[in-house]
Design a binder for this molecule. Structure first.
Ligand SMILES: [Zn+2]
Length: 372
């Protein structure tokens, strides 16, 4: 891996990304954002001769505190008196404008459209939310103003944060693509991972996040909503750098556990493919035959999943979701590869590893001490 050297640049100002091809970064930003959440990938980094001297602009600075949905004053405050069920509603114009802005930034053509849930699907989703651990449910009720249901979101789910006049984060809002209801949890997360590893004859790859008896689409939605909730919690608790910052920083105790800049981890020398871990690429960046090696390298890091390799914010959201999913709800996270040599477990419940203790403590601290 090509290394960057600093010259008259403070550590916090330096976003050393010499190892990343700008075209790779650009397209990865488009896909990773569309499917999971905040577009916090890096763009427009300038390289100057042998050293990096540029700050990476944060695309979120053009959205948060500027687009109507991200201003708390544009929301009817009565949402706090409504039930979670009432907050699950078809995307409204303010939500559409928020998604449209991200689509514009990412060069996407999708136009989200309001979608109603059937009574059965709504009941299944509410049941999943009702069964969350009490303080997670309490956070959802106290801090999420809406769960917008939509078609053509361009991905599974998304999150946003609204700010007050002092530009302090007040509450969050979430989006769910109703297509999520077409796929059970294990098949959904397996399909997501297969956008990283291209299918190959004779090799079967799977991720299990639910036991067979509870492998429903609503369970998958609960999992992805926990990830999105993680993004909101990271802001309301000020655990991660603010989405509003003009340039991406690493001003966060959590982020510094694994990352040396917003685009470089402590593990990149031994895991040079880490910077190419980009989901939703067409074609996928790796063949299925690379999965074993990639997971072996992930095993030597303190990143909970491959999705956490994308950037520090995804690292936090994955850690948050997996902590609740595995530690609190006792649910599995097992990655398997089946080929001619039989079945191999590539990863299992990484959130429980000793290497992730400090990350677990951060999330548990949030849950213990309140969120904002
Ligand atoms: Zn995310």
């Amino acid at each position: 891996m090509k290394q960057c050297t600093k010259k008259n640049v403070s550590e916090d100002d330096l976003l050393c990304s010499c190892n990343l091809d700008p075209e790779i970064r650009k397209s990865s930003m488009r896909f990773s954002f569309k499917v999971w959440s905040m577009a916090l990938a890096v763009s427009g980094i300038l390289l100057t001769q042998a050293w990096c001297t540029a700050k990476a602009p944060n695309p979120g600075a053009q959205v948060f505190g500027k687009i109507p949905a991200t201003l708390a004053k544009n929301w009817d405050t009565s949402w706090r008196e409504t039930s979670l069920s009432e907050r699950i509603r078809p995307i409204d114009p303010i939500g559409i404008a928020y998604v449209a802005k991200w689509n514009e930034l990412d060069g996407f053509d999708e136009k989200p459209q309001p979608a109603e849930l059937t009574p059965e699907r709504r009941a299944a989703l509410i049941k999943e939310l009702e069964n969350l651990p009490p303080y997670v449910k309490k956070f959802l009720e106290g801090n999420i103003a809406a769960i917008f249901t939509t078609r053509e979101l361009g991905g599974s789910a998304m999150a946003g944060v609204a700010y007050n006049d002092s530009m302090q984060p007040e509450f969050g809002f979430l989006f769910l693509d109703t297509e999520m209801f077409e796929t059970p949890a294990n098949e959904w997360i397996t399909a997501k991972e297969q956008t990283l590893f291209a299918p190959e004859a004779g090799k079967t790859f799977s991720i299990q996040i639910e036991e067979p008896g509870s492998n429903t689409s609503a369970a998958g939605m609960r999992f992805i909503l926990l990830h999105e909730l993680g993004h909101v919690a990271s802001q309301l608790s000020h655990t991660m750098p603010p989405f509003t910052e003009e340039h991406l920083s690493l001003n966060s105790h959590f982020a510094k556990l694994s990352w040396t800049t917003p685009v470089v981890t402590r593990f990149d020398a031994e895991f040079p493919e880490r910077g190419r871990v980009k989901f939703y690429r067409r074609p996928p960046p790796f063949p299925m035959s690379a999965a074993k090696d990639i997971y072996a390298k992930l095993a030597k890091t303190d990143l909970p999943t491959l999705y956490a390799c994308v950037d520090p914010h995804e690292d936090f959201a994955e850690t948050f979701a997996l902590y609740i999913h595995t530690v609190l709800m006792k649910k599995p996270y097992t990655v398997r590869l089946i080929d001619s040599s039989g079945e191999q477990v590539l990863a299992r419940d990484r959130i429980l590893l000793q290497a992730l203790q400090k990350k677990r403590e951060t999330i548990q601290g949030l849950l213990n001490n309140g969120w904002n």
